[in-house]
Design a protein around this ligand. Sequence first.
Ligand SMILES: Nc1ncnc2c1ncn2[C@@H]1O[C@H](COP(=O)(O)OP(=O)(O)O)[C@@H](O)[C@H]1O
Ligand SMILES: [Mg+2]
Length: 319
Amino acid sequence: MSRVAVLKGGGSLERQVSLRSGARVEDALQRLGHEVIAIDVAGDLVARLRATAPDVAFVAMHGRDGEDGTVQELLEILGIPYTASGVSACMRCADKVLSKHAMADAGLPTPDFYSFTETAFKELGAAEALPAIEERLAFPIVVKPADQGSALGVRFARAAADVPQALIAAFSYSHKVVLERHVHGRELAVSILGDEALPIVEAVPREEDFYDFSARYTIGRTSFVCPAQLGDALTGRAQAMALDVFRLLGCRGFARVDLMLEEDTGELYVLEANAIPGLTETSLLPQAAEAAGVEFDELISRIVEMALEPAQPARAAPD
Ligand SMILES: Nc1ncnc2c1ncn2[C@@H]1O[C@H](COP(=O)(O)OP(=O)(O)O)[C@@H](O)[C@H]1O
Ligand SMILES: [Mg+2]
């Protein structure tokens, strides 16, 4: 039994999801017999952590600050062990440009892309390069902020005329945007727990919504199937790919890797890795864990245990 600080909320756009993840984690920790200190993360975070001196922090935060390495850095400074990935892995997952470059360099398939900062548009005339990008990626092109989640600011541009609006939307969320090749196919989420890939969840849009992005994200219009009906070989390939991404980015404890299975080619492509995926009643990682026979309380218990394990050396010892 430990004193566990549950960090939740914060100022990110995913605050509400985080509050729900946090509340559910708190309930589980209480059932497990831990002493729970609930912290809605704000300006007094460091003071509260110092005052309460928890044995471990459960970071139930999504998006900016909580999932991008910021809170993790503070926990490092305070010497408080914490759940899920460390600072550098969080930074790599939170920034799609960093993670996509890392995957491409390592030979892991991720859709072709180009990325620009707002400065490149305002001061370096990057708009002049758009026709060349459009020709290489071909329409539809996906335009998204480099560092958001929950599909915020993600737009599908069907033609050149759609691109400026899509860029404006993406730049309203981030100073850096990604233009990415659209992969038409099935959407798969592979959750990782410890060093194992869990059963795959497929997000299935209603037939008529397949091409309609906003409808796909309207509550109740997407259904989730777990385990995804893929056959053993494809399931194994997707799980192995997700584990490769988890290790490449240096993740720890748990994470979720989102992939597309391209309809025409049967190829898998990695869209992104989420360092702290949702832990709510409807979230995908808890569903996947349950399909593997790991109930929510056990999931939370294992995540806390992993946080308390001595850290692995970052590099192999010299011989
Ligand atoms: N290249 C792509 N091809 C097809 N669909 C995509 C592509 N990129 C994003 N999407 C769709 O948009 C959703 C959100 O994009 P994602 O890159 O996962 O960003 P977020 O971090 O906001 O979740 C995906 O779950 C998928 O449905
Ligand atoms: Mg995603």
